[in-house]
Structures are given as C-alpha cells and as structure tokens.
Design a protein around this ligand. Structure first.
Ligand SMILES: *[C@@H]1O[C@H](CO)[C@@H](O)[C@H](O)[C@H]1NC(C)=O
Ligand SMILES: *[C@@H]1O[C@H](CO)[C@@H](O)[C@H](O)[C@H]1NC(C)=O
Ligand SMILES: *[C@@H]1O[C@H](CO)[C@@H](O)[C@H](O)[C@H]1NC(C)=O
Ligand SMILES: *[C@@H]1O[C@H](CO)[C@@H](O)[C@H](O)[C@H]1NC(C)=O
Length: 288
C-alpha cells in the first residue's frame, strides 16, 4: 500500500475517534497496518459473514481465537460455553418509558439495532484483518460517534433520536452494509435486534439464517471508563442472554453476550407517559 494511502486512512480514523462528544479514555486506538487497513481480507480461522450464510452456521468451523472481554472489575458475566458463532457490532437505540416526570421514573422497554459482522476483525482471529486490542475495544464507540444511526430516525421535541414507530428499520427487511473511515471494506449487515410485540428480546441474524429469541440471564455494570454516548448518559450494562425456551430460536444459537457498550443509558424523565430513545452501540457475541 502507498504511504499516502496509509496516511489518509490513519487520518480518517483519528478524525472518527477524536470527535468532541467522545468521552472515552485511553486516546487514539493503535493505528498500525494490521489494525484497520485490511478488513476486506477474510481471516482464515474465523467465520466471515459470507461463509456463515453460505453454510449452516451451527456446523461451521469453530472460531477459536477471540476471547470474550471482561469489564475488569466487580462480578463478571459467567464464562461462555458453546462455540463462538459470530461477533457483531450493534448500532441503534435503547428505549425507556417515563411513568412520571421524575428523574428516577424511567424503565427500560427495549431496543432496536442493526447488527454488523465484525468477526474477522477480532484480535486473536489469526487473520490479516485482526485489529489490535485497543482498536477492537474502541470499535463500538467509533461506530456510535462516527456513523449515522441505521434506523428511520424521525425524532420529536422530547427525544431527538426516536425512530419511526410504524417503520423503524429500513424497508425491505434488509440493511445496508456499514462503510466506515479506516476500514478497507464495509461491515456486512448480518441482522437486527429488536423486542417483539410481547417485549421479548430477539436477534434475527438474517445473513446467517439464525434467530435467537432470548431472555436476560445476567448483567454487570459497564466499566467505569466506558463511553457515555452521544447524550452523555452513560453506557448500558454488559449482559448475557439465553434462548428463552419458547421455541422461536433456530440455527443453533443458545446465548449472546453484550459487551463493550457505548451510550444507551436513560436520560432523566421530564414528562409522564413518554418514550425516550437513546443511541447506543455494543458488541454482541453469539454462541451455539
Ligand atoms: C499496535 O499493534 C501492533 C500490531 O498489532 C502491535 O505489535 C503493537 O505492539 C501495538 N502497539 C501498541 C502501543 O499497542
Ligand atoms: C422504541 O422506540 C421507537 C421509537 O423511537 C419505536 O419505533 C420502537 O418500536 C420502540 N421499540 C421498543 C421495543 O420499545
Ligand atoms: C447467571 O444467570 C443464571 C440464570 O439466571 C443464574 O443461574 C446464575 O447464577 C447467574 N450467574 C451469575 C454469575 O450471576
Ligand atoms: C399516563 O397513562 C395512563 C394510562 O394510559 C393514564 O392512566 C395516566 O393518567 C397518564 N398520566 C399522565 C400524567 O398523563
């Protein structure tokens, strides 16, 4: 690669990571050539979105390198069992309803996000696209601060990041891939996260023909230094969710972990009977 090209890509990445709303500590991610510049090259030992959708993911070659992160303090989520199937970055909104006009009166009612395959970028994946640990840990925050929310955001006077209630996602049931400064190739849209009509957290990985209809099993607070997000409200907790046993899951998924969260925590309620939507990103790790 030409030195000028490297410089342009490196500059683009620092621009993404150095925005004024960024609250992350730790400064710029490690911008080496192995960090971000070869994302188009599929890693040999990881399942790319393409190979995952071409074959049944449950029987795809195991992904062995990447290790689920820990928050570094306090009670940790239980260790993962099963085989790692996909790592995605989710970008969307967390919803809260305000029962009263009272700062403590919000309760979580669900979330909506588009999920992009980042499996081949994981450190330890063994492939040329593998990021440094620092760039990987910063990736969700870079997506939050550097790219548009991939939903039909309409906003309203109360909550500028509200999605269109009738049609929150892109039409046609599929989402555009995500081009990002510093990445050689766009991240493939692998699926969507939403809460169904009964309020059940659901992960529809349409790109891999897999579905996880889930329930929350465990949670732990995001690290103290976590990215507080666009509204400066703080990062939502890290979670472990499992198949809810109601029979809606398919394709062999059993658990998902939400880690490296950015933003998404509730703002204080100023009006009763309202829904507030707060932008967030996170990595989701899916296991068989
Ligand atoms: C940056 O990443 C390269 C390649 O992954 C690694 O060799 C180097 O030690 C990293 N430097 C820092 C400061 O993390
Ligand atoms: C979240 O709020 C958006 C509006 O911002 C709405 O379109 C969506 O249906 C809501 N979803 C949930 C699960 O509350
Ligand atoms: C995780 O959740 C499961 C199911 O609710 C529970 O049995 C287990 O004790 C929890 N583990 C931790 C470490 O919180
Ligand atoms: C909020 O909604 C409930 C149920 O619809 C209603 O009973 C209540 O009066 C409403 N409160 C306010 C402050 O509008």
């Amino acid at each position: 690669m030409l030195p000028q090209t490297l410089f342009v890509l490196a500059s683009a990445l620092s621009a993404v990571t150095a925005g004024p709303v960024r609250k992350r500590c730790g400064g710029k991610p490690n911008v080496s050539s192995s960090t971000v510049l070869e994302a188009s090259t599929p890693a040999s030992t990881v399942v790319s979105a393409t190979s995952a959708s071409a074959s049944s993911s449950a029987s795809a070659a195991p992904i062995t390198g990447p290790r689920l992160p820990s928050t570094g303090a306090g009670t940790q989520l239980p260790a993962a069992s099963g085989q790692l199937q996909h790592i995605v970055v989710g970008h969307g909104i967390q919803n809260y309803t305000c029962a009263r006009a009272d700062s403590a009166a919000s309760s979580s009612t669900g979330a909506l996000a588009v999920l992009y395959d980042i499996t081949a970028l994981a450190p330890g994946g063994g492939g040329a696209a593998s990021m440094s640990e620092a760039a990987w840990a910063a990736l969700a925050g870079d997506v939050l601060h550097g790219t548009a929310i991939p939903l039909n955001i309409v906003g309203n006077a109360l909550t500028p990041y509200a999605a269109d209630v009738a049609a929150p996602f892109a039409a046609g049931g599929r989402d555009a891939d995500l081009a990002m400064a510093g990445l050689a190739a766009p991240l493939k849209a692998l699926g969507r996260h939403y809460f169904d009509a009964a309020g059940v957290p659901t992960f529809d990985l349409y790109g891999a023909d897999q579905m996880l209809v889930a329930k929350k099993l465990n949670d732990t607070a995001a690290p103290a230094g976590a990215d507080r997000g666009i509204l400066d409200t703080g990062a939502v907790a890290w979670l472990r969710l499992g198949d809810n046993g109601a029979g809606g899951s398919r394709g062999g998924l059993s658990t998902v972990y939400r880690v490296y969260t950015s933003g998404g925590a509730s703002i204080a309620c100023t009006e009763a009977n309202t829904t507030i939507s707060v932008p967030y990103t996170a990595q989701y790790w899916f296991y068989s």
